[in-house]
Write a protein that binds this ligand. Structure first.
Ligand code: BGC
Length: 354
């Protein structure tokens, strides 16, 4: 089921209608003249800059006493040079038969939002039940609506540094048309309680950049940050990953200069889409799996390339992930995985100089 990510760079072209001038643009105006940066999402994007995905797989959601991630890690992340966290929420397992979220789970989430905010970090609340939602969209939709009704009401007065990401990585059978139809029902639910909050929304096929032209967003809503995920080249980043079907047996796949050029060309396409559509873009996940023995030097080179290219193209980014796998921070030894951290936040750019 992870094969879809593998197809990121496949044959589909982005040179469709979305790269043409938007209908609001006068005939003859150039694409760059269309880059008006209209609406508050652009300012949000500029504030976000550098982030990391956290606590998706932490036992803290079931039993706070077993938490690996501790409140002090927010300070460590902030002082380490990061601006925001993307909080990975698998909430459906914490709902009752009427889709009401468990009060204990919500209390944990309150602590996370407060801890991150007090540390000076922006927060993206990312609903991450993407597999169920993609495989059974009709089962998912009432749950997703119930989730955003409850979260929308609970955090309606949260600072504007808190963002809502409606669903991680939709993929077939939740394809473009079905995802767009679901969004048309979801967005008003969130907007009913949070008219001024920045929403994060990405295209189908696991937030694949090639699917950006098919993403149908309400034209008048200019407070949407569009997201994509980038694990290209997938054969490098997921070599040996047990959950990625055809990648399990792979090893010794290098990260090459051609891969670097390809990443640059892909981001050029995303940046062109962003300008033409006047939508800021976030790269919400990237990283290379470490537990199958891919050398750290190669992973660091990949990580630095993606980070640099994202920044050169003006995309805030969030590394996948702090703990669990692809790790950036070794919680057991209480220290950064320094080569990955260096690839993300070079020494010279660290707020504390260390
Ligand atoms: C998934 C993780 C996976 C990662 C890299 C994320 O979106 O939630 O389970 O490890 O992508 O494949």
């Amino acid at each position: 089921m992870w094969l879809g990510k593998f197809l990121v760079g496949a044959a589909l072209s982005m040179a469709g209608p979305a790269l043409a001038q938007s209908p609001a643009m006068p005939a003859g105006a150039s694409v760059s003249a269309g880059a008006a940066e209209t609406g508050p999402a652009w300012a949000t994007a500029k504030r976000l800059r550098r982030g990391v995905n956290i606590i998706g797989y932490d036992p803290l959601w079931r039993d706070p006493a077993k938490a690996r991630f501790q409140p002090r890690h927010f300070r460590i992340i902030r002082e380490g040079g990061f601006d925001f966290v993307r909080v990975v929420l698998q909430s459906f397992a914490h709902m009752d038969a009427r889709n009401r979220l468990d009060p204990q789970w919500l209390k944990t989430l309150d602590g996370v939002v407060k801890g991150a905010t007090d540390a000076g970090l922006g927060v993206i609340l990312d609903e991450h039940d993407f597999n169920l939602c993609s495989e059974a969209p009709d089962v998912c939709e009432p749950k997703l609506i119930a989730f955003w009704e409850q979260i929308g009401a609970r955090y309606r007065d949260a600072p504007d540094t808190v963002l809502f990401e409606l669903l991680n990585e939709p993929h077939a059978p939740l394809d473009g048309p079905r995802w767009n139809a679901m969004l048309a029902r979801l967005i008003p639910v969130v907007r009913a309680t949070n008219p001024g909050r920045t929403l994060v929304i990405g295209p189908t096929r696991w937030n694949n950049l090639e699917e950006l032209p098919g993403l149908d967003l309400p034209k008048a809503d200019r407070n949407i940050l569009v997201t994509f995920h980038c694990y290209e080249p997938f054969r490098f980043t997921h070599q040996g990953a047990p959950w990625a079907e055809d990648m399990k047996g792979l090893k010794n796949v290098p990260f090459t200069a051609a891969d670097e050029a390809r990443i640059r060309a892909d981001y050029d396409k995303v940046a062109a889409w962003s300008k033409a559509n006047d939508r800021p873009v976030l790269m919400g996940e990237f990283g290379a799996y470490e537990k199958s023995g891919t050398p750290v030097a190669a992973r660091a080179r990949y990580t630095a390339t993606v980070r640099r290219e994202a920044e050169a193209h003006g995309f805030p980014w969030a590394y996948w992930q702090f703990d669990s796998d692809f790790i950036l921070y070794d919680i057991d030894r209480d220290r950064w995985v320094e080569p990955i951290r260096q690839a993300l936040i070079p020494l010279a750019q660290r707020p504390t100089g260390q």
